[in-house]
Design a protein around this ligand. Sequence first.
Ligand code: LMR
Length: 398
Amino acid sequence: MFQSLTPLPPDPILGLSVAFKADTNPNKIDLGIGVYKDAQGNTPVMSAVKKAEDIILNSQTTKTYVGPVGAAEYNETVARMVLGETLYDSLGKRRVTVQSPGGTGGLRLAAEFIKKANADATVWVSDPTWANHVPLITSAGLKIEKSPYYDYTSHSVRFEEMLDCLRRVTQGDLVLLHGCCHNPSGADLNQQQWQAVRDVALKQGFTVFIDMAYQGLGDGIDEDVYGVRQLAESLPELIIVSSCSKNFGLYRERTGALTVICDSDASTKAATTLIAAAARANYSMPPDHGAAIVQLIMHDADLRSEWDQELTGMRDRINGLRSLLVERIAAAGIEEDFSFIEREKGMFSFLGVNVEQVPTLINDYSIYLVNSSRINVASVNESNIDYLTSSLAKVLSS
Ligand code: LMR
């Protein structure tokens, strides 16, 4: 039965880490997967997380099951973080939040829930979008379409084209937007653009589906959810998937959540049962450790303030690296305008090289980046920036 199987190509993002590890070039740079790195190139456990882990280790009294929807306290904590206190209160029972195994688990849960609500639904994703959105959504049986998003020449959002496209999306279909720190481009909607999206969604009646994987890594925890809160305040329905992988550095602990807002308490009650059933059929219940850490940090004043400071440090470092990269690219004699990197937000930007130049950077210079030319800005540091910019100068001029 298995003899006819043929292997799949490596994952476009995860495959890079494997190739990077096998590379013996001492100058190699991994600009691939989206994990935060410090100035030494490490991804340390955050100090607030370490302290919370110690407390949990010493005080936990049971390892019994948490149930398909996860820990109620964690779910409410995440909802407050994403929505803010005012909206959290005003939405009341129109909202449900369910713990998920990471943001990806939350997206899958959302996709299965959507399939139950409308088996014929099409999900419109931005062009480009996170490489895993398409396989994840289609493997749940949903259709996918792309709407214009990033202009590779002007390095800005193709907003008018995007809106024109959304004006043709109708009730029963979904529009998947990145809540902040757009992956892979780093180009986000501004406040007026979010308002315009809200108005189109209200008029057309489609459901907005937010992927919120980088809250706190753009401009700040509250600043980054401006658009999400605008939508949650006005739209009858909204789906939000959030993740604590990046802002708490909990990557491998798989800590995420799916929030669904419905137009009535009764619909939310029904939605909760469908989401719980999807969780039960897939993995039964989510892992607890990461959620317990988040819950503890957010409810302990000292840990919360320590986490806030660490997150601010991560965000400031990324934003500082964006400016440094632009400066050093110019200093390497590259004449093209790279100032867009400084305007963009979060971990990613495109390096602005074409599809033939990406393999050259990988094969000839051991600089690993996604084939779209997406780079993880947080992987840049003082030890590798000159090698990176001089290699880029050579590739661009060849
Ligand atoms: C990324 O885009 O690099 C991250 O979200 C990690 C992943 O799972 O792809």
